[in-house]
Design a protein around this ligand. Structure first.
Ligand code: XUL
Ligand code: CO
Length: 439
């Protein structure tokens, strides 16, 4: 097989002292931490759309990176993208990838032609998967780029568009099943609105739920056994995205009886766009038995949009991995780098530098999160902080035994409670974090 990135060697773990930019300093795939190899714990995935398709265009100018990988005509380019993908996965020791239907084959003139192109490329990818042992973390349908989705897909004001989106999702589900995908993602795309002056929000939300129910039932009927995910995002492209954050999505799923069918794919940059920390969104998902998978990236708090940067902030990755550990690790999900190199980082080498940076930031975060758990001071502080719920009146509140009258009697007898309160000690705890992280 021809080598596309001939200048890039197999990326190996060389340890924290290494100055080799094409080596891992913290990600050691075979090292066992907390009873499993890092490879099994981290479950890294590459995003096809950014890595193989994203050329760096923005609203001020065209792309700067060439993602044809030596291909000339349409399908040849897409075969080369697939070859490039598997070479990247291999050289970086990444086991999984994720894609939208439109990332792997270009749209044709009609839906039938588009589907025929997918039928041509899918066996090609399947063959590469068999040869390499690489797996599909999740598939999805791009129901937002084509102009037909200008008013949304499942929430479109026009029923023909709804039908088209359903047809597209049906095919994407079939491909996901054929390639043995562990998950299928609904990211809202253009499912939202800009003004209520032209929007029937009630009908749009009912229709979105209808589309999701149809997709779940069809997926299960063709043997899909993985997780269905919703990926919350508060804004962009629309002003009001319906899947604002984890809490909003939970309320939506519960209203329509879909909560048993979906877990969350939590994205770091989407969390911060919603004015939450990444850790908060992961925690809300975990507490509601909805933690599923992660789109790993980071935003820039000085910019108000989804910059999808490769994650390098180790404090954030540590807090994220702390939540993953608390959730009991990944089952069907994993850490998908929904991230792109900056527009000015346009070379093939930059693809590798950015994945190495992201993987090492998460590997270091995981090592540090494991140390924080082992140290135990943070957990025991929280445990002690709520100790009053373990005995006496607190235990009666938790068990449901205490009535309003009991609580009133107790409070009257006490007279006041201010004297029993202790400090929250935030600064002391932040300093412990630093001491564990930086020694
Ligand atoms: C968009 C986004 C998507 C989803 C998949 O902000 O995150 O790439 O992850 O459609
Ligand atoms: Co994403």
């Amino acid at each position: 097989m021809k080598e596309i990135f001939a200048a890039i060697p197999q990326i190996k773990y060389e340890g924290a002292q290494s100055k080799n930019p094409l080596a891992f300093r913290y990600y050691n795939p075979e090292e066992v931490i907390n009873g499993k190899t890092m490879r099994e714990q981290m479950k890294f995935a590459a995003s096809y759309w950014h890595t193989l398709c994203g050329e760096g265009s923005d609203m001020f100018g065209p792309g700067t990176a060439d993602k044809t990988f030596g291909g000339k005509e349409d399908m040849e380019i897409y075969r080369n993208k697939a070859l490039a993908c598997f070479e990247i996965l291999d050289k970086l020791s990444i086991n999984y990838f994720c894609f939208h239907d439109r990332d792997i084959a270009p749209e044709g003139e009609t839906l039938a032609e588009t589907n025929a192109r997918l039928d041509e490329i899918v066996p090609f990818i399947e063959d590469l998967m068999k040869k390499s042992g690489k797996k599909l973390l999740w598939g999805t349908a791009n129901c937002f780029s084509n102009p037909r989705y200008m008013h949304g897909a499942g929430t479109a004001c026009n029923a023909d568009v709804f039908a088209f989106a359903a047809a597209q999702i049906k095919k994407a589900l079939e491909i996901t099943v054929k390639l043995g995908g562990d998950g299928y993602v609904f990211w809202g795309g253009r499912e939202g609105y800009d003004t209520l002056l032209n929007t029937d929000m009630g009908l749009e939300l009912d229709n979105l739920a209808r589309l999701m129910r149809l997709a779940v039932d069809y997926g299960r009927s063709i043997g899909f056994k993985g997780y269905f995910y919703v990926e919350p995002k508060p804004k962009e492209p629309t002003k009001h995205q319906y899947d604002f954050d984890v809490s909003t999505v939970l309320a939506f799923l519960r209203k329509y009886g879909l909560d048993k069918d979906f877990k969350m794919n939590v994205e770091a940059n989407h969390a911060t766009l919603a004015q939450h920390t990444f850790q908060h969104e992961l925690c809300v998902a975990r507490l509601n038995d909805a933690f599923g998978s992660i789109d790993a990236n980071q935003g820039d708090l000085l910019l108000g949009w989804d910059t999808d940067q490769f994650p390098t902030n180790v404090y954030e990755t540590t807090l994220c991995m702390l939540e993953v550990i608390k959730a009991g690790g990944f089952t069907n999900g994993g850490l998908n780098f929904d991230a792109k190199a900056r527009r000015g980082s346009f070379t093939n080498e930059d693809i590798f530098h950015s994945y190495i940076a992201g993987m090492d930031a998460f590997a270091l975060g995981f090592r540090l999160a494991a140390k924080i758990v082992e140290d135990g001071r943070l957990d025991s502080f929280v445990d002690n902080r709520y100790a009053s719920y373990k005995t006496g009146i607190g235990a009666d509140i938790v068990s449901g035994k205490a009535t309003m009258a009991d609580l009133e009697k107790y409070a009257l007898e006490k007279g006041d409670v201010i004297g029993v309160l202790e400090s929250g000690r935030q600064e002391y705890l932040e300093n412990i974090m630093n001491a564990i992280m930086f020694g």
